[in-house]
Write a protein that binds this ligand. Sequence first.
Ligand SMILES: C[S@@+](CC[C@H](N)C(=O)[O-])C[C@H]1O[C@@H](n2cnc3c(N)ncnc32)[C@H](O)[C@@H]1O
Length: 300
Amino acid sequence: MNIEQWTIEKILNWTQVHFEKVRPDSPRLDAELLLAYVLDCPRLDLYLRADQPLNEKERGAYRELVQQRAAGCPIAYLTGEKDFWSLTLEVSKATLIPRPDTETLVETSVEKILEWQQTHPKATCNIAELGTGTAAIPLAFCAELQNLNIISVDCSAETLKVAARNLERYQNLLAPRNNSLKLVESDLFSAIKPAANLDFIISNPPYIPTETISTLQVDVCQYEPSIALDGGTDGLFFYKYLLKTGPSLLKRSGEMILEIGFDQQVELTELQDHFPEWTPATFLPDLQGNIRVCCLQLEC
Ligand SMILES: C[S@@+](CC[C@H](N)C(=O)[O-])C[C@H]1O[C@@H](n2cnc3c(N)ncnc32)[C@H](O)[C@@H]1O
């Protein structure tokens, strides 16, 4: 094909067909996201400018990204951004890419925090989050709620740098809404004092059994940081830790809300038998009907 003929429309069509063969999950969307990124325009503009030819520099940059995507690199790592809840978050190869699945955890938590706020009018709600990544979860809370005091920990300094830039990007959700969000580098909750008097513990911890990681699709196992995935030999390391440690950090009748793997309900229920400080867990499904959230409350 003559170089002048590589218009936006033609290059998108060509890439879609290419991705259908090698990365068939969302070929058109992937092509559009990459081209919009190269042209620095909203996706919709690709249709308004469909007949516009690409110059050599644009074609070169796009070709490079298409090759990386074809090799398996997730789109979010190529564009450096991912939409989550109502936010557009910076991501890097040091962070997990926030998943739509995690919006079930956000939705459940927002409802529970709102209920808590109704019984504690004007009080500040104290929350700790284990494994914040891009700060997707606490920022989504701040987009919906006010009067929150959140400490979010992560053991990865690189991840926390990305989280800090996301906080910077969404300053408008913090002080103006009387929300405080503090990022702390910490192995587990070691940096949080036992007398923390928390109302909620929230976490989407790593929960993939170590040996399963290499069987996940290439996008995940070769590109996402294993520290964000690896839940130990049985995938339950962080749940055991949280069930054991939670009671010393929470107020009486405090609550813990956790994302779990779609097949972990039975294991979590059995695990909970060893921790009688908690009332029986309730489990909630995502929009596909998979159980993805586990809610626990301390016995009064
Ligand atoms: C599954 S990712 C969740 C990220 C983010 N909350 C989300 O939902 O997109 C788990 C996070 O836990 C962090 N992490 C892993 N081990 C940890 C540890 N021992 N202490 C603190 N954070 C840890 C990882 O760096 C990663 O950011």
